[in-house]
Write a protein that binds this ligand. Structure first.
Ligand SMILES: *Cc1c(COP(=O)(O)O)cnc(C)c1O
Length: 393
């Protein structure tokens, strides 16, 4: 018999996701439980979102308290939560000004608009964007326009004009695309959907240099790789290559829908002004309570330190898979953002893993993507490897 939730979903929801046939019910720590009580070890974290795992007491209490007090006001008025969340995010992202959004795609939209407005203010005539092949920036029109994946873009063309795609980690290919009309270069320091590709130090430095020389803004999309996942609060910090605009989302609310884009003082002073941009929900008291509390918990529980300490264990466990199993070809990644290239069709491996009680993600290039909650411990890594071996053998 078809389960009621599945039946009701397929009858009423637009069929646009090929969902796994399980109905999740609740979560605790690193685990999710379905309606039948079956337990799943979660190495997907709802697309790298649930950085604190499930049921973090401090986060739950803070959110419940905020719901009782006030959870929506609009941006016509001030609220302490958005002020404090922005202050903390500025501190950790090393930005000067923050705009809160509801999603990653909206953070990208805002980043692109900021770059266009900066060029407009300078009367430079610049409007073009250089993005990367294999990139992913979201599903809205602007974000889609800079997403380097033909199959995602094609059905919706024409998209915004003036976008060209260079090769990630290939500085010559970027140089060839730069014109006197280029207003910004956008990239993910660690490409997620594209198959876990980590930027090289030389590449990011060289891109920064081009931007500095030609007054081009550098936008980093850290929607997936940011918020502690790389072992630094934001991935750019380990390179020491600072963007002018930084897009964030996914982990910053650990599951409460919230995104943000940050910018330096230089950009803020000469870009978006009242009337240029806005959002009804963005940065509401509940979302900002989440951001602020998640950052508090990062401090108190020294999450970054934990990510740095546990990473070598995960990496060597995955490297052993590459060594021991012919069907595992390569490991790529930084921190708790890892991928293994496998021989078997990855979609089938994900289904088999789910049956074994392990949730993992796909990425382009037949990559099995592992982006667990940042609270993962050695025992979970051991359990994940055991389960994965059963599935891969
Ligand atoms: C998920 C993602 C986005 C889009 O975020 P949404 O919240 O789904 O709109 C943008 N950029 C990157 C790198 C992402 O991983």
């Amino acid at each position: 018999m078809v389960n009621k939730s599945i039946e009701l979903s397929e009858e009423n929801l637009l069929h646009i996701y090929n969902r796994f046939p399980i109905i999740l019910d609740h979560g605790e720590g690193m685990y999710l439980y379905d309606e039948s009580g079956k337990k799943y070890l979660d190495f997907g974290a709802g697309f790298a979102v649930s950085v604190l795992g499930y049921g973090n007491k401090k986060l739950l209490e803070a959110l419940k308290e905020q719901i009782d007090l006030l959870y929506h006001t609009s941006n016509l008025y001030y609220h302490m939560n958005s002020a404090e969340a922005a202050e903390k995010l500025n501190k950790y992202a090393q930005m000067d000004k923050i705009f809160f959004t509801n999603s990653g795609a909206e953070a990208i939209e805002g980043a692109l608009k900021t770059a266009r407005k900066y060029a407009y203010n300078k009367k430079s005539g610049k409007y073009q964007f250089i993005a990367m092949e294999n990139s992913f920036h979201g599903r809205t029109f602007g974000a889609l326009s800079v997403t380097g994946h033909d199959a995602y873009r094609e059905p919706f063309e024409p998209l915004i004009p003036g976008v060209s795609f260079g090769k990630f980690n290939n500085i010559e290919s970027i140089k060839n695309l730069v014109t006197d009309k280029t207003c910004a270069i956008i990239l993910e320091p660690i490409q997620g959907e594209g198959g876990i590709h980590v930027a090289t130090q030389e590449f990011l430095e060289a891109v920064r240099k081009i931007c500095d020389e030609k007054d081009i803004l550098l936008i980093f999309d850290e929607v997936q790789c940011g918020m502690g996942r790389s072992g630094d609060m934001f991935a750019w910090q380990s390179y020491g290559v600072k963007p002018d605009i930084l897009a964030m989302a996914k982990g910053i609310g650990s599951g409460i829908p919230v995104g943000a884009f940050g910018m330096t003082k230089k950009v803020a002073e000469s870009s978006l002004k009242p009337g240029d941009h806005g959002t009804t929900y963005g940065g509401n008291p509940l979302a900002c309570k989440a951001v602020k509390t998640v950052l508090d918990i990062f401090e108190e529980e020294n999450i970054l330190n934990h990510v740095r300490e546990i990473t070598p264990y995960l990496e060597s466990a995955l490297d052993s898979l590459v060594q021991d199993l012919d069907c595992v070809l390569e490991r790529r990644g930084t921190g708790l953002m890892q991928g293994i290239v496998i021989k078997q069709p990855v979609s089938q491996v994900c289904i088999r893993a789910m049956e074994e009680g392990l949730l993992v993600l796909q990425a382009q290039g037949n990559v099995l993507r592992l982006v667990p909650p940042l609270i993962v411990e050695k025992e979970h890594i051991d359990e994940m490897i055991d389960k994965l071996k059963k599935v891969l053998l």
